[in-house]
Design a protein around this ligand. Structure first.
Ligand SMILES: [Zn+2]
Length: 486
């Protein structure tokens, strides 16, 4: 009831014996951002009541986001007040002077790691586009922003309008209720080449000095993976900088065919897969939000089944450039950026950084090391720096800040997806980021400039006047469909 409705009702209440007014807490939002992270509350389902005796019909429970994953902390404890009523239902006082009553314990305060201004900018930039932006603080694993587009205003989910609004959002074909940052599974494209460089270095397949003579692609036994024009032969650092397809296709082919190191292709594949898993791919990372998807890292049995045991490095060559069967969530791609920033470890990404009177789970404080040594990460960092200075990421160059980045252009049935993964500053990383714009074309079209604006906002606390103009331009540039539902 609105307060006006309540006043009218209050005056007439005496005419409705048995009815009374009960106060209930509802959510209030100061800003229209981060709806999918915060989540919402709604009435319990019969299953909720069945599962947990805390709930009764009509109670509220967290349905999505932090509201759901931290429901136990947020709900507190119910108090009990036993009241005496007369035959007409009118309250006559407290039963036994309140001796059997119990006190209400309020829910705990949670503190999120989100930077609200960064989140706001990300949501602006993603207007009229499908996709996601995730930023992580590498040293802590705290999520600095998690944008999924389209999104909605969290205030739509409060009060009597919730049912109607929720229904409309759930029927929207652009799926504004889907948190693409953790539920969208996409080909990581060329951002994935960094994982290949690390694996080949650690396995001794290549050294940073290994050069590959790419002349417009990897061409072998009738198979061709094209590449754009760049100086060749290229060593590893420039190969990352120019995002050479041939270098990484050749690396995978050479690794999977190495019979002195691996007894057969299956064994090589298993070794390869274990590297990917150690870098946070193929399984859920374990973020403190419901609904996270695991992405896909294929393994040997997968291909044995698909090709009836007859396959080799060439058959699966596209996994080396983040295509083919490989899939990842934007969160996993951002986490890759954080891992490279940290030179070899990550802390499980999490949105809640503090719980009142309670420690956060050690999962969110522990370092998880990959199978690759720090010195090899250093080479990849140089490659990502090269990409920004002289390669595919030049639009990510922010004056005064050493940015490292990697573009991705992920092939898709329709128009390509535009991807960026990066971190900054190079030697004291404060932010790692993934930008994924569905059907956005080349990585440099959307991924790189959006990623650069986000890093500038976070590191400088604001955008320069020129960057603000750019931000407005990207905000108004919509891809293929109307304005995001806001
Ligand atoms: Zn090339």
């Amino acid at each position: 009831l609105s307060s006006e409705e309540f006043c009218v009702f209050q005056e007439k209440l005496f005419r409705f014996p048995g009815f009374y007014v009960q106060r209930r807490s509802i959510r209030q939002y100061q800003s229209p951002y981060a709806a999918l992270v915060l989540g919402d509350i709604g009435e319990v389902s019969p299953a909720d009541v069945e599962e947990d005796e805390y709930y009764q019909n009509g109670d509220f429970i967290g349905k999505q986001g932090v509201e759901r994953s931290y429901e136990k902390q947020l709900r507190g404890e119910k108090g009990i007040q036993i009241l005496l009523r007369d035959a007409r239902g009118r309250i006559k006082g407290r039963y036994m002077d309140g001796k059997l009553d119990t006190k209400t314990v309020p829910g705990k305060n949670l503190t999120l790691g989100l930077d609200l201004e960064l989140q706001a900018l990300g949501e602006r930039l993603m207007e009229g586009k499908l996709g996601s932006i995730v930023a992580i603080e590498p040293s802590t694993g705290e999520v600095l922003c998690m944008v999924s587009s389209p999104t909605y205003d969290p205030r739509m989910m409060v009060g009597r309008q919730r049912g109607k609004n929720h229904l409309a959002l759930s029927r929207n074909p652009l799926k504004p209720l889907l948190n693409r940052s953790i539920m969208g599974q996409y080909p990581p494209g060329s951002t994935f080449k960094t994982t290949q460089a690390l694996t080949f270095l650690q396995e001794g397949i290549i050294t940073p000095e290994t050069a590959y003579p790419c002349y417009h692609g990897f061409i072998y036994r009738g198979l061709k993976v094209g590449c754009h024009g760049h100086a060749a032969p290229a060593k590893l650092v420039p190969a990352i900088g120019t995002s050479c397809n041939a270098y990484f296709c050749w690396g995978l082919y050479y690794m999977f065919g190495n019979r002195t190191k691996y007894k057969n292709v299956q064994e090589a594949m298993t070794v390869w897969k274990d590297y990917m898993v150690s870098m946070g791919f193929g399984y859920k990372l374990g973020i403190d939000l419901p609904g996270e998807k695991r992405g896909l890292i294929p393994n040997a049995p997968f291909y044995d089944k698909a090709y009836r045991g007859s396959w080799n490095g060439l058959t699966v060559i596209s996994i080396s450039i983040g295509q083919g069967e490989v899939n990842a969530t934007p969160l996993q791609i951002a986490n890759l950026g954080a891992t490279i920033a940290n030179r070899g470890y990550f802390i499980t990404p999490h949105v809640v950084k503090q719980i009142q009177d309670e420690q956060i789970d050690t999962l969110y404080t522990r370092r998880r090391y990959t199978k690759v040594e720090a010195r090899h990460y250093e080479t990849v960092v140089q490659g990502m720096r090269r990409a920004v200075l002289a390669g595919t990421c030049r639009k990510a160059n922010i004056p005064g800040i050493e940015v490292c980045g990697k573009t991705g252009t992920a092939q898709n049935r329709g128009h390509d997806h535009s991807v960026f993964m990066g971190f900054a500053p190079m030697n004291d990383p404060k932010i790692a980021i993934a930008v994924y714009v569905e059907n956005g074309g080349w990585g440099a079209d959307y991924g790189v400039p959006l990623g650069a604006l986000m890093m500038e906002q976070y590191l400088n606390g604001k955008l320069s006047p020129e960057s603000e103009k750019l931000a407005e331009m990207y905000q108004q540039r919509h891809i293929g469909y109307g304005t995001a539902d806001r």
